[in-house]
Write a protein of this length. Sequence first.
Length: 421
Amino acid sequence: MEEKIIMGANNLLQVPNHPVIPFIEGDGIGPDIWKASVKVFDAAIAKAFNGKRKIEWLKVLAGEEAFNKTGEWMPPETMEAFKKYLIAIKGPLTTPVGGGIRSLNVMLRQDLDLYVCLRPIKYFEGVPSPMWQPEKVNMVIFRENTEDIYAGIEYMTGTAEATQLLHILQNDFKVKKIRFPDTTSIGIKVVSKEGSERLIRAAIKYAIENKLPSVTLVHKGNIMKFTEGAFKNWGYELAEREFKNSVYTWNQWEATKKERGVAVADEDMRIASIGGKVIIKDSIADNFLQQALLAPQDYSIIATLNLNGDYISDALAAQVGGIGIAPGANINYMTGSAVFEATHGTAPKFANTDSMNPSSLILSGVMMLEYMGWRDAAEMITNAVGKTIRNKTVTVDFFNLMKGATLLKTSEFGEEIIKNL
């Protein structure tokens, strides 16, 4: 009888010792990095749990392989498997060009309602970085995954839909700010209270459970007052309503400065003088991108909307070495459904060369193991990846930026990690 991960009545995952987990190899370099990664996962699990636990891997199809074999980019059987087994992992997928599906990744997030895009950004010693002190970057991004501009409500100029919508805006709502209506395409930005609250709730819970110092609501509410500004306001209201014994809002934090005797120069968010409470604060998106370079140590958890989160995730990843080493996950904390994924593209010209860095997928697997509660194996892999990089035994992306490094193939890099477990 197959063993499945299920969401328990207590809203906690119940994970058997031999769970079935679907995987998609991915397109382009996907098969290469998957082969290296799965060997690392299996070796770490076997070592951490003395053979008592093991993942039963179930291959499912999506992307080019699926299209070539079935004529569909995302076969219904794949989506059914993701729903049935709750947790899955995938390599990078091609976005079909032309009509039909705009993005397979967006399709997964929308259909499974994976409302949190979780992106931890942490520096590994020895990774080449453009930053002077990349070790100061240690953030976890909670990016809202289902709304905002990425909801996909947009109409091309000249279509009947765009013309009708323009007519409604100009005639019914008396909008005068559309400068060139004859050539205007229209996109609609969707931000709901429910969608904002569930994202921010997950971020605050994560900060509390992991004893992290702050949650920053990043937004452009100074310009978009009823969407991004509402996101910020709903976040503060939620914090004060549901977490009043566990958080300080920024105004409360400022008001207690004199009582605590904290000097302005001592405002580092990691000081332990706030009774273990999480600080809830906010930042305008453009200013945050500046501060992420100048004072990254002041930020811990970032909660933000979809478009902002897309920019921020890749910008922060670049500070610690690039998206080649950045893991990611898409999660619904209410149903338990989660898809863990490499965050980079398919790099088709390097397909079947056994040369690319599998770290993004490997570290996404670490996130998956942590989510499952198999933290011993997760920690083992993280430490082994760090040791492998410190030893300068790396793939070509890092090799070209390091002095005295040893060049490894994708498969060899995976084998080196296994040696260092």
